[in-house]
Design a protein around this ligand. Structure first.
Ligand SMILES: [Zn+2]
Length: 199
């Protein structure tokens, strides 16, 4: 889904932390000492540092082209999933937990919807999205590997492209146990969360 102006204002450069603004068909860091451009691939901004990420821009572009052609993307992610444990048998519990989360969320600032940042699978984001109808809540789903359909943003899980205190809730499932950088990923979840926010 296209990002709202409110969410775009909370985007930050994953390299220097500068604000990001949409310029033509890409996002550009507003810090003149950095000024890095970030591409938008089939409507999804790729807000990751090519120099340090596991995946590079070409991986995301190739996977999106494969998806568009109806092919399943060849992905390093598939190989990573093969060698790490699965915890995907808790879907009923997950849906119930998300219902509880959505019911508990709100803001005391009139006109500001509560923000949920979800990192992980698009299916998890869809579960949450289905619960948001009629609620003043906004969801942004971050995908961390190429070929993930229906994402809002592609990013490196070690550097979430958001300002501090951007989220009222953070949802991550199937992320930490797949990562070699657990402390960094979890630290990002804490950094973007408002005081009193929910994880
Ligand atoms: Zn920058």
């Amino acid at each position: 889904m296209p990002l709202s102006d409110r969410m775009i204002a909370m985007l930050r450069c994953p390299v220097c932390g500068g604000a990001l603004g949409p310029v033509d068909r890409e996002f550009v860091c507003s810090n003149s000492a950095c000024a890095r451009p970030y591409p938008v691939i089939r409507g999804i901004p790729l807000l990751a540092n090519d120099a340090t990420g596991i995946y590079q821009r070409d991986d995301f572009v190739g996977a999106e082209q494969a998806l568009q052609a109806g092919a399943s993307a060849r992905s390093l992610g598939a190989r990573i999933r093969k060698v790490t444990p699965s915890i995907s048998n808790g879907d009923v519990t997950f849906a119930a937990n998300m219902r509880t989360l959505v019911a508990a969320l709100g803001t005391d600032e009139p006109g500001r919807p509560a923000t949920i940042l979800c990192i992980g699978t698009a299916a998890d984001a869809e579960v949450i999205r289905s619960l948001l109808v009629g609620r003043a809540l906004e969801l942004v789903h971050m995908a961390t590997r190429p070929g993930t359909a229906h994402s809002d943003i592609f990013c490196d899980p070690r550097r979430w492209p958001f300002a501090d205190n951007a989220a009222d809730a953070v949802v991550m499932r199937g992320v930490l146990h797949r990562s070699l950088h657990v402390a960094e990923v979890a630290g990002e979840g804490v950094r973007v969360l408002r005081v009193g926010g929910l994880v």
